[in-house]
Design a protein around this ligand. Sequence first.
Ligand SMILES: N[C@@H](CCC(=O)N[C@@H](CS)C(=O)NCC(=O)O)C(=O)O
Length: 205
Amino acid sequence: MTDTLTLHWSPRSPYVRKVMVCAHEVGLVDRIEKVRSVAAMLKPNAALMKNNTLSKIPTLVRGDGLVLFDSVVICEYLNDLGGGSLFPASGDAKWHALRWHAYGDGFLDALILWRNEREREQPLAPLMDAFALKAEATLARLDEEAAALDQAPFSIGSVAIACALGYMDFRFADYGWRERAPRLARWHAAVSQRPSMQATLPVDG
Ligand SMILES: N[C@@H](CCC(=O)N[C@@H](CS)C(=O)NCC(=O)O)C(=O)O
């Protein structure tokens, strides 16, 4: 059977959220069977590792045994399967979408490392400063790009940036990113109204 889709899932993971946003957008959410999987850097998950030796979520297992990761690969798979338009096929629309995707994902990678460092008993000050500098510069640059984001079709790039900003709200609530990036905040407020975004708000627990 190729038609069962099992997703190693968590309501906290912003990368899983990207996948679920795409699933909603392309009308495949009911095809996905979610398996709550805890993935922590310091505690490899044996059950998850049977499917993905990297012990990372999201990981998607198809009925015929094909295992897909990481999040962008799963997103593109779902987009193809559902006949979506989240991955523009060619031209500048494609490169803008992929670049914004890389921007959103890279921002997320940095935020997750920043949070890990913050949780340590003695965070390394230069590392904390470097993360703060990158976050500030990234928000400023994305704020300059807010009008372009707004004009572009909703794509995998929009999904990644919206999920990164959602992660800021979830784990960096006191940071005040909206004051630093008011145009981006308006864009985020608009895309957050999409049912796919509303249905996938992160939840602790
Ligand atoms: N590049 C990966 C990142 C996935 C990722 O790092 N997920 C986190 C959860 S938010 C994870 O599985 N962490 C466990 C680990 O790194 O061992 C993707 O886009 O799927």
